[in-house]
Ligand binder design. Structure first.
Ligand code: AMP
Ligand code: GLY
Length: 430
């Protein structure tokens, strides 16, 4: 079988790595891919937004399954196009992608299906949004409605900050049309958790729960990033809490998707907060998380190709979905300055040494220049290790991180701290 992966980050490298291990998969293609993916598959220089060219590629190369990594092509209807043209694809249609593509739509969906989430109001008029802030009590969470590359959520400690955020989003249009509407949401507190669920339209399977680290620096300080590391499973999630999340959140969401006649098979990513009042949804994503995917796929015992292919046949029921009971940690190495300005094109040393030490090194922002691997993004590599316990997995991943270097590189040194230092975490939440 031939598989095409749409995207070129760490998540897509992890997908390519996992799919290439399947005895059923003969070739993995990626568009555009990256330097790491090019070692295991064929990278084709096409943008993720060029749906017509991607469809042509899939037809020309007789691709059996296309897997979409990022949200943007889903929101823009790549699945609608491939389905219309009878080309098999893993992902939801553009209506399903609204769960991520419109915060207002997602909030209304949650109200319709009584899914626990923070209280909110939605506005398409900035004066009305400003008045709501004036009448409320801080902190406020202000969210641009549309896609904003993970930057559209602003946590505001004061009404002044909230007014500035509304001004920037709705009047200055910092995120373009994504800021035509805003959601003003109740501020929630507690540990965060990502639950990734494969849904085939009827049945579903849960990946091990994972936790991302969104802030740039240790102790969850510094600016928000795309994610500086992840680990799985999150042991704080015991059976009882998992059952509660299934019954109160996952199953109502999936039946809501059926009721809304959302087409396709894909991953729904539940961004949850475990509040003192119970688990609540912070956000939905309509795709695999990044870097959560790097931390959960190494724990999957079942052939990923079989899972994704059978999901597109609405036949997950036939798949024996098995995950390892070990732990996995992924530490992101980033370019100095990220998430702000950074320099590209730095030569990277030590990747093979880290691999020889037992790590999986997933490339996020890399390119090949004269046969050498150089940096090509803010998040550059995801150094990943699996071990019987989280502590050992984290140690092994840092063993790999310490073997890799390039000018200006940095990584957080505390991936997994909430699980490894529960006392400190409890103090923070308290
Ligand atoms: P999102 O882009 O919706 O994932 O939000 C990004 C991050 O903002 C989340 O991972 C949370 O850390 C934070 N966040 C979102 N909504 C809320 C909320 N209602 N209360 C507190 N933090 C939130
Ligand atoms: N790790 C957060 C995301 O994938 O959106």
């Amino acid at each position: 079988m031939k598989v095409l992966i749409v995207g070129g980050g760490g998540r897509e490298h992890a997908l390519a790595w996992s799919l290439a291990r399947s005895p059923l998969v003969e070739t993995v293609y990626a568009a555009p891919g990256n330097a790491g993916i090019s070692r295991i598959g064929r990278c084709v220089p096409l943008g993720t937004g060029d749906h017509a060219a991607l469809l042509d590629l899939a037809r020309r190369e007789k691709i059996d399954l296309t897997v979409v990594g990022p949200e943007e092509p889903l929101v823009r209807g790549i699945v609608d196009l491939f389905r219309r043209e009878k080309q098999r694809i893993f992902g939801f249609d553009s209506k399903g992608a609204l769960l991520e593509g419109s915060k207002v739509w997602a909030k209304e969906f949650m109200s319709r299906y009584r899914i626990p989430t923070g209280r909110y109001s939605a506005f398409d008029d900035h004066c009305a949004a400003q008045s709501a802030v004036g009448a409320g009590t801080p902190p406020f969470v202000i969210k641009a409605d549309g896609l904003a590359a993970g930057k559209g959520v602003v946590i505001c400690r004061t009404a002044g900050e909230a007014r500035e955020a509304i001004e920037a989003i709705m009047r200055e249009r910092r995120f373009g049309v994504a800021g035509e509407r805003v959601v003003v949401e109740e501020f929630l507190e507690g540990p965060e958790l990502s639950m990734l669920v494969v849904f085939d339209g009827r049945d579903y399977r849960l990946f091990p729960p994972s936790q991302d680290h969104k802030r740039a620096h240790d102790g969850d300080t510094g600016p928000n990033t795309g994610g500086m590391g992840a680990y799985a499973p999150v042991e704080a999630l015991d059976r009882r809490l998992e059952e509660k999340i299934r019954i109160e959140i996952i199953e109502p969401t999936l039946s809501g998707m059926q009721a809304e006649k959302i087409a396709g098979a894909g991953v729904i990513y539940f961004g949850l907060m475990l509040t003192p009042q119970g688990p609540k949804v912070l956000e939905y994503n309509c795709r695999f998380g990044d870097p959560e995917t790097q931390a959960i796929l190494p724990l999957l015992r079942t052939d990923l190709f079989e899972v994704l292919y059978e999901a597109t046949n609405a036949n997950l029921e036939s798949v024996d979905f098995e995950t390892s009971d070990e732990s996995c940690a992924c530490v992101v190495i980033a370019s100095g300055g990220y998430p702000g300005e950074y320099v590209k094109g730095r030569e990277i040393a030590g990747i093979e040494e880290a691999e020889r030490a037992g790590c999986l090194v997933f490339h996020a922002g890399t390119a090949l220049r004269d046969g050498r691997t150089v940096t090509a993004g803010g998040r550059v590599l995801g150094v990943t290790a699996v071990a019987p316990t989280l502590r050992e997995a984290v140690e092994a991943a840092y063993g790999g991180v310490d073997r890799i270097s390039f000018d200006g590189c940095f990584a957080r040194r505390d991936i997994g701290w909430r699980a490894l230092e529960p006392g400190r975490a409890a103090q923070r939440e308290g």
